[in-house]
Design a protein. Sequence first.
Length: 152
Amino acid sequence: MADYITYLRSMVGHEKVFMAAACAAVGDDEGRILLQKRKSGLWGLPGGIAELGEALHETAVREAYEETGLEVEPEVLIGIYSKYEAVCANGDKLQPVTALFRCKVTGGELRCDENETLELRYFSREELPEIYSLQHKDMIEDYFSGKAGNFR
C-alpha cells in the first residue's frame, strides 16, 4: 500500500487526490462503539486506505485487525462518506471516499497496535470524546442512529 501511495504522490505531489477507504463500526453488548485514540491524541474509528485489489469490506476487516487486534465480520453497510477533505501531517491532501461497515467481532483480542493506536475504548453516544474529523463524527452519528444506507 505504501508503495502505491508513494508512486501516486511522486506524480502529483501534495495535491488533492481521491482515496478509497473503509472503517469498521464495532459495537459491544451495551450498544457502545469502539474508538481508537490516534497519535494526534484525538479519537476516531478504526479504518484506513484501501490497498490496490482490495474490496472495501476487506479493507475494514484488515484495518480493524491491524489497529485493534479484533477479527471482525462486516454485517451491514452503514453508509458512504465522500464530501470530506483531509490534510495529512506531511501535507498530502486527499478526499477520502469512505465506506462504513457495522461489524461483529468473530475472534482476536483487543490490543493497541503500537503504531497508529494509543488507546482503544468503547463509548456510549453520551460519553463520546473529541473526534478527530467531521467525517468520523458523521459516521459515528450514523452508527448510533441505527440506520443503514446513509450517504454524505
